[in-house]
Design a protein around this ligand. Structure first.
Ligand code: CO
Length: 144
């Protein structure tokens, strides 16, 4: 449970969990794995052109996995896979009611945002931002 009493006073008031993103070298293999081994419902694959990745969601009821496969060399995911050829956990995503206010809160709290001051746009048009893992105990955290 989110501690709502304390939640109003923090820089990034999280209200829930959204997804864990997993970098994979082969999206079809990964979709099949989660479908056949765990019986999970999987979305159709789709392209996120702005990030040069192909993605699919694994639905887990109140949360999901985001499977990400790089398209070409220009994607941040391809660098990750160079270091982790099998793939692996890339980031977690937490939900806030107001992304702009959370981004402001992050900056004021000294948590650097990746990609500068502008909010990024998700594939469904939603606002989001990432924080520098050096400022977040080594975990890449997305706020959506
Ligand atoms: Co994500």
């Amino acid at each position: 449970m989110v501690n709502t009493e304390q939640n109003g006073d923090v820089p990034i008031p999280v209200i829930g969990f959204d997804h864990v993103a997993i970098a994979v070298p082969d999206l079809e293999v990964a979709m099949k794995f989660y479908g056949e081994k765990f019986g999970c419902e999987i979305s159709k694959p789709f392209i996120v052109g702005t990030q040069n990745i192909r993605m699919a969601y694994v639905y887990l009821g109140n949360a999901k996995l985001e499977l990400m496969e790089p398209m070409g060399e220009g994607s941040p995911i391809s660098k990750f896979l160079e270091r982790n050829p099998q793939g692996g956990i890339h980031h977690i995503c937490l939900k806030v009611p107001d992304v702009e206010a959370a981004a402001e809160g992050a900056s004021q709290a000294g948590l650097r945002r990746l990609g500068g001051d502008k909010l990024a746009e998700g594939h469904e048009g939603q606002d989001l931002f990432f924080m520098h893992p050096k400022d977040t105990l080594g975990t890449l955290i997305e706020i959506e």
